[in-house]
Design a protein around this ligand. Sequence first.
Ligand SMILES: Cc1ncc(COP(=O)(O)O)c(C=O)c1O
Length: 426
Amino acid sequence: MQTMYQQMETEELKAAIEQLEREVEETRAKGLKLDMARGKPSPEQVGISRPMLDILNSDSDLTDEGVDCSNYGCFEGIPSARRLAGEFIGVPPEQTIVLGSSSLNIMQSILIHYWEKGVPGYTPWSKLDHAKFLCPAPGYDRHFGITADLGIENIPVPMTETGPDMDVVERLVAEDDSIKGMFCVPKYSNPTGVTYSDETVRRLATMQAAPDFRIVWDNAYAVHDLTDEGDVLANIFDIAREAGNEDRILGVASTSKITFPGAGIAFFGSSPSNVAEVASTLKVGLISANKLNQLMHTRFLPDLDAVRAHMRKHAEFLRPRFAAVERKLTEGLEGTGCATWTHPNGGYFVSFDGPEGSAKRIAALCAELGVKLTPAGATWPYGKDPHDTNIRIAPTYPSVEELEAALDVLVLATKLVSAQLALEER
Ligand SMILES: Cc1ncc(COP(=O)(O)O)c(C=O)c1O
């Protein structure tokens, strides 16, 4: 599609650029200092979980269904927390482990486990000539960082409106058995907000793949709906089990964006043999996780219904912010041909695409004007967005007023860069 600037006569285009440059100078003079880079809740939003901190004190009963949470033991996690983990991940409680505060940390530990020891009966990934991982892109940069750090090659796979492009995934996995795994954020994907369709989930669970192929099923946004009509994700574990592939799926989630980021509880769930195998490695370096934190969490949020009620309070903070993104981008860019963006029903991000070759320049201009964005390219493995179009918008942290001001700058920068590109290509 052509931008409105590409359709202008050259004189008209030059005049438009001059006008936009004047607006840029006016914006610069305001000396803004705004941040739309951080995928984290605002302080007021985090505040709704503060009552949890009053649950435990020196008089509290510190046992959970007979387990003493104030001492070592119960490596897999306390019973109430494993039940919650099972509801989150979609497996029975016995197939879960509740660990520290970070799901990213669990993902890294598990991938290091396979890197060093391999899937039982197969070569450790580190001993292969080459190991590769599929990375739906745009995607979550910290996922790509774990594999890159191990020396696993990250292969981008295009994201579509129904999840990763499954024709590409199936072809690559079938023809190349050095592909050992794949990252998936199946609900409200970071950053597109896409929830995988039932068909995508089924194909991932049933496709032909190497026996030691693993899918990191990072359900970080499992309950993060903006409205009561949230997206519904199929249970991949049920489908994989029926197809004889239950060892393929490694489920993780956490309460980072439910209670306290960095101080929540994190869940792992998978097949019985995967859980036993991963536990055997993790137990070497951990006697037991912080069970008092687990206890505090499950007394505050005993089951998924309680979690959903809590998430409705979070959504009150998030809805006006996501609405502001939609409103500002529509007012500023609709019909210009200069951008497309996603319209998620939940999660933490909106994915924005400008014209080819624009994203780095838009982000740099925004930075000059005092608006910090997630670095352009970060949503692709190795920071290399092949068409340089994608910018991740993180609307959750700033106030609505700050967000609106930051979006005005993004709109202006997108228009100026689009116009400049149209002139440069003549
Ligand atoms: C998709 C995804 N997974 C994991 C995380 C980090 O989760 P945790 O705090 O549990 O490590 C994030 C944080 O933004 C995320 O977006």
